[in-house]
Design a protein around this ligand. Structure first.
Ligand code: ZN
Ligand code: ZN
Length: 336
């Protein structure tokens, strides 16, 4: 399967967290968390359309200024999503600067704040000196973004304050069957992009021009094979409670990649509880129980700088243990 998403962590596990996801087909980028963003190129930053912020502790929000600085003269809007109190935090960042000479700048920042079962919306425009304009509310049903190619959903976790976990899901993936193309005597070309879009939009009346010859959708439909889409999840800063664990598992179930914090070792679990963070062991268990394909642990406490592999190993071992348990459970339920 040719992937639709390409992921890149902004920083190492002891630095401020952030995950950049490139949507290959659309040449655009999504950003999960706004830690230190100086390692992102200007090119990558300008492609960002949507930024999902887990919470506004400084290590997750300090990169806002750098993104704003680079996007300031951009035509396309910048959409931000965050937890309860987020609009006030964005307004606070913006009001820290003087905006008397931006009257002809086109940038519009659209902010969505998940507050319980409601998403509050606000807009900040460069030509209005980035003053807060409230722009309505909608019910929060779990989804923050729903587009033809992908959706992003969120869960509200307890980190003493509300903290959002995110999951990016491609609804399904369209693969082109090369053997079927050969059988139909069709060559590979730019028409395939249009063909995939027509399938995504369930259009059947299109005509496709391939090397001067016209084809109807029903003649060539078999060249496309539909498989499950990619799923990538991002979870940071959460208490290791049963409630959080269940919410995370439901959100990230069957992810291809789960990026999840492993802030403390299990031996320091009392401290982890006091700081409302997950341990590596808890992260591994969640990944195993949620049956994810690949576990990527991120966001480590600086107390382990001498031995980060201890966090990785603890999480991996627990991940494997819970995955194996899952298999054993499956075998037992299937066999008579
Ligand atoms: Zn935090
Ligand atoms: Zn953090």
């Amino acid at each position: 399967m040719k992937p639709s998403f390409h992921t890149k962590l902004l920083n190492g596990p002891f630095e401020d967290p952030g995950l950049y996801v490139r949507i290959i087909r659309e040449g655009r980028g999504l950003l999960f968390d706004l830690g230190f963003t100086k390692n992102l190129s200007v090119r990558d930053i300008l492609k960002i359309t949507d930024i999902f912020v887990s919470h506004t502790h400084i290590d997750h929000f300090t990169g806002f200024d750098n993104i704003l600085r680079i996007c300031l003269k951009r035509e396309a809007p910048l959409r931000l999503y965050g937890p309860e109190g987020f609009i006030k935090c964005v307004a606070g960042k913006l009001s820290g600067y003087t905006w008397n000479l931006t009257g002809d700048y086109p940038l519009v920042i659209e902010v969505s704040e998940v507050s319980g079962d409601v998403v509050k919306k606000a807009v900040f425009r460069a030509d209005k000196s980035f003053r807060l304009e409230e722009s309505g509310k909608s019910p929060f049903t779990g989804d923050l973004v729903k587009e033809p190619l992908f959706s992003v959903s969120a869960a509200i976790l307890d980190h003493q304050i509300p903290c959002l976990a995110f999951s990016l899901r491609e609804d399904y993936h369209i693969n082109i069957d090369k053997a079927e193309l050969d059988r139909l005597n069709l060559s590979v070309g730019p028409w395939l992009g249009e063909f995939k879009t027509a399938i995504r939009e369930s259009r059947t009346d299109n005509l496709f021009l391939v090397e001067g010859k016209q084809y109807r959708m029903e003649d060539i439909r078999d060249a496309a094979k539909i498989t499950a889409g990619q799923k990538i999840s991002y979870v940071v800063d959460a208490l290791g409670s049963d409630e959080n664990r269940n919410k995370i598992i439901e959100l990230v179930k069957d992810s291809h990649i789960l990026y999840i914090e492993a802030y403390f070792l299990n031996e320091d679990r009392t401290r982890a509880g006091e700081r409302y963070h997950l341990t590596a062991k808890e992260a591994g268990r969640i990944a195993g129980e949620a049956n994810v394909q690949r576990l990527e642990v991120i966001h480590f406490s600086p107390r382990y700088t001498d031995g980060p592999e201890r966090l990785v190993n603890e999480a991996e071992n627990e991940f494997k243990r819970w995955k194996a348990r899952d298999n054993i459970f499956m075998e037992n339920t299937i066999s008579p």
